[in-house]
Write a protein that binds this ligand. Structure first.
Ligand SMILES: Nc1ncnc2c1ncn2[C@@H]1O[C@H](COP(=O)(O)OP(=O)(O)OP(=O)(O)O)[C@@H](O)[C@H]1O
Length: 241
């Protein structure tokens, strides 16, 4: 067991745990509907160990994406905690200042969103290398790592120096995956990472993610694809309306 004190609270989790969600509650205020409160998460808890893959499952509209956004601290929660093992400390993401959240995102928690945000004129190589460069990694090392991932993901070499603005959905998705895998994050959040891919590229992504799992990375994701779920996931967290 590891015991640390932070934010006036002592937390203790077994050493294999990387993420601990406690009693998370999130509601939305619908301002356009007379300030009506929509309660989406009503006390969700989850423990994730190193090397585990958890699928967030359940019908449409039950709160899977909302939960993911809370895990990445995109949403302010009503109550509850998201404890993350960041370097050797336990931090509650729900209590952190913006610059501390940024540090967790840079080193500990990667996120593969469904859609790549692209900037015209920035080449795919730079888009994918950016998270490593922000960590101060030498540019040649960063480019080599991205090139390795692009090759694994069958992204045609003629595209590497082009901005992904005009790429197909599947090409953009592979750039996005390379961008998330370029850093060895201990935790990866995945929002339908293979939704735009054909079967052979999907299999490549499954294998790359399996490799990360074997190295001890925790994966938490929304995987509508049954093939991805069956090959990767150890457990499901089922959301109900
Ligand atoms: N920013 C928001 N403001 C108001 N309501 C929201 C907001 N985001 C989500 N909701 C509502 O919260 C509920 C859960 O949405 P969420 O996107 O988390 O579901 P989901 O399980 O991911 O659905 P799907 O599988 O269709 O993507 C829905 O009723 C949705 O309308």
């Amino acid at each position: 067991m590891q015991s640390l004190t932070l934010n006036h609270r002592s937390v203790e989790f077994p050493s294999q745990v990387l993420l601990q969600v406690e009693n998370l509650r999130k509601s939305f205020t619908l301002h356009q509907q007379g300030g009506m409160q929509l309660s989406v998460l009503e006390g969700v808890s989850l423990t994730v160990n190193a090397g585990e893959c958890i699928a967030l499952s359940g019908a449409s509209g039950t709160g899977k994406s909302t939960f993911m956004r809370c895990l990445y601290a995109n949403y302010r929660v009503d109550s509850g905690s998201v404890w993350v093992k960041h370097e050797e400390s336990w931090l509650d993401l729900c209590q952190l200042a913006p610059h501390e959240i940024l540090a967790v995102r840079q080193k500990t928690m990667g996120y593969v969103s469904q859609f790549l945000r692209v900037i015209p004129r920035v080449p795919a190589l730079d888009v994918a290398a950016e998270p490593l460069l922000e960590l101060g990694v030498n540019i040649d090392i960063a480019y080599n790592k991205v090139k390795y991932l692009f090759r694994c993901l069958n992204l045609a070499e003629r595209l590497w120096q082009l901005s992904p603005t005009t790429f197909s959905g599947g090409e953009k998705q592979r750039v996005n995956i390379a961008r998330a895998l370029v850093v060895d994050y201990p935790i990866l959040l995945l929002d339908e990472p293979t939704s735009a891919l054909d079967a052979s590229n999907r299999q490549v992504v499954i294998e790359l993610l399996q490799e990360r799992k074997n190295q001890g990375c925790s994966l938490i994701g929304i995987f509508h694809d049954e093939e991805v779920r069956s090959q990767l996931c150890n457990r499901e967290l089922i959301f109900n309306s």
